[in-house]
Design a protein around this ligand. Structure first.
Ligand code: NCD
Length: 335
C-alpha cells in the first residue's frame, strides 16, 4: 500500500491490518507519554483546500504522536488563493521533502491526481475529496463499530471483521463522501448496510452499490439495526432545495427523541448511534440522541487519532507488509 485514496479498492486483508494496527496505536494513547519514535525525521504535510476541524487536528495529533514533523498548509491565506495550481503546490511540497501528503480538496479525484503524477513522490492520504471518498473516516467508523460488535459478541476485536452487523446510514447520502467510503468498507468487512434517505438525497446509480436502500427510517429501525449512522445535511454543497423544510426533514429523516425511545421500546439495547461530525443538532440528530449513552460521537473522534496513526505508520515505515509495531518496546525507547 503506497497511498490511501479510497476504501473501494481496499482489500479485507489491508482493512483488517489498519484496524489491528490502530488497536496497537490506541494503547499508546492511553499512556502518560503518548509518543512513539516510529516516524522520527519524516515530514507529514496537511494540505487542506477545504475547511476542517477534527480531521486536520486528528492527522496532526497522529503524526506528532509518531514523532513526525508536521507542516500545516491551509489553502486559504496561501498562494493557492492567488491561483497557484495543485501542480505548483505539490512541487513546492516535494522540494520541502514531504514524505506524506494528507490532502482534503473540494474537487472529487484531486488526491488521485496527486498520487498518479510524478509531481511528488510522497504517500498520499485522502482526507476527503469533494463528494467522493473519505477513507480514514470510514476506517475510524469501522474501528468504532468493530470494538462495539466484538464486545457484544464477546470476542477479541483484533483480527475480527463485522460479519452480520446491521448498519443503517441515514441522511444526505448524495453529498456524503463518508457514506460512500463506509458502504465500500463495510461491505468488505461483511456488514449489512442499509442507506436511508429521501429520494432527492440519493445519488444516481445507488441501486448498483453493495447495500440496501430505504426511504423510511422507522421501517429500517423496526427491522432491527446494530449501528445507526446519521449524516450531516451538507447545506454548503446544496445549490437547490432538496427537502420541503428543516422541520419536515427532522421529522422524517432525523434521529429525534421519539426514535431514540423507539430503540428502547424495540429492545435494541446494544444499538449505537454514530455521527462523523460536525453535527446539526436538532436537524439530523437530536441533542438527547447525540449525548445519550448510545452515542459514539466522541469515541469516533478519539479513535480517529489511532486509525490515522496506523495509516501513517503503515504507509511510511518502510515495508508495509511488516507486522504492527511492538508498542511496549518502542514506547520504552521514547521514555
Ligand atoms: C465529514 C467530512 O468532512 O466529510 N466530516 C469529517 O470529516 N469529520 C462529514 C461532514 O462534513 O459532514
Amino acid at each position: 500500500m503506497k497511498h490511501l485514496l479510497s476504501t473501494e479498492n481496499l482489500s479485507l486483508f489491508d482493512a483488517v491490518r489498519v484496524l489491528d494496527t490502530a488497536e496497537e496505536m490506541s494503547a499508546v494513547g492511553e499512556r502518560e507519554v503518548k509518543k512513539l519514535p516510529a516516524l522520527r525525521g519524516r515530514t507529514v504535510v496537511n494540505l487542506f483546500f477545504e475547511d476542517s476541524t477534527r480531521t486536520r487536528i486528528s492527522f496532526e495529533a497522529a503524526a506528532k504522536r509518531l514523532s513526525a514533523d508536521v507542516i500545516n498548509f491551509a489553502a486559504k491565506g496561501s498562494s493557492v488563493s492567488k491561483g497557484e495550481s495543485l501542480k505548483d503546490t505539490a512541487q513546492t511540497l516535494a522540494a520541502m521533502g514531504a514524505d506524506a501528503v494528507v490532502i482534503r480538496h473540494w474537487a472529487s479525484g484531486a488526491p488521485h491526481r496527486l498520487a498518479a503524477t510524478d509531481w511528488i513522490d510522497a504517500a498520499v492520504i485522502n482526507a476527503g475529496d469533494g463528494t467522493h471518498e473519505h477513507p480514514t473516516q470510514a476506517l475510524l467508523d469501522a474501528f468504532t463499530m468493530r470494538r462495539h460488535w466484538s464486545q457484544v459478541n464477546g470476542i477479541e476485536s483484533t483480527g475480527a471483521d463485522l460479519k452480520g452487523m446491521r448498519v443503517a446510514i441515514a441522511g444526505d447520502v448524495l453529498h456524503s463522501r463518508v457514506a460512500r467510503s463506509n458502504v465500500w468498507l463495510l461491505k468488505t468487512l461483511g456488514a449489512e448496510v442499509t442507506l436511508v434517505a429521501p429520494p432527492t438525497l440519493l445519488p444516481i446509480g445507488v441501486e448498483h452499490w453493495p447495500c440496501k436502500v430505504s426511504y423510511n427510517l422507522d421501517e429500517t429501525l423496526e427491522a432491527g439495526i446494530d449501528a445507526m449512522m446519521m449524516l450531516r445535511v451538507q447545506g454548503e454543497r446544496m445549490n437547490a432545495s432538496f427537502f420541503p423544510s428543516t422541520r419536515e426533514y427532522s421529522r422524517r429523516w432525523g434521529f429525534d427523541d421519539a426514535r431514540l425511545r423507539m430503540l428502547d421500546d424495540l429492545g435494541m439495547k446494544d444499538t449505537i448511534i454514530m455521527h462523523p461530525g460536525p453535527m446539526n443538532r436538532g436537524l439530523e440528530i437530536s441533542s438527547a440522541a447525540a449525548d445519550s449513552p448510545r452515542s459514539t460521537v466522541l469515541a469516533q473522534v478519539r479513535n480517529g487519532v489511532s486509525v490515522r496513526m496506523a495509516a501513517l505508520y503503515l504507509l511510511l515505515s518502510g515495508d508495509s507488509r511488516e507486522a504492527a509495531p511492538n508498542v511496549s518496546q518502542s514506547s520504552k525507547e521514547t521514555n
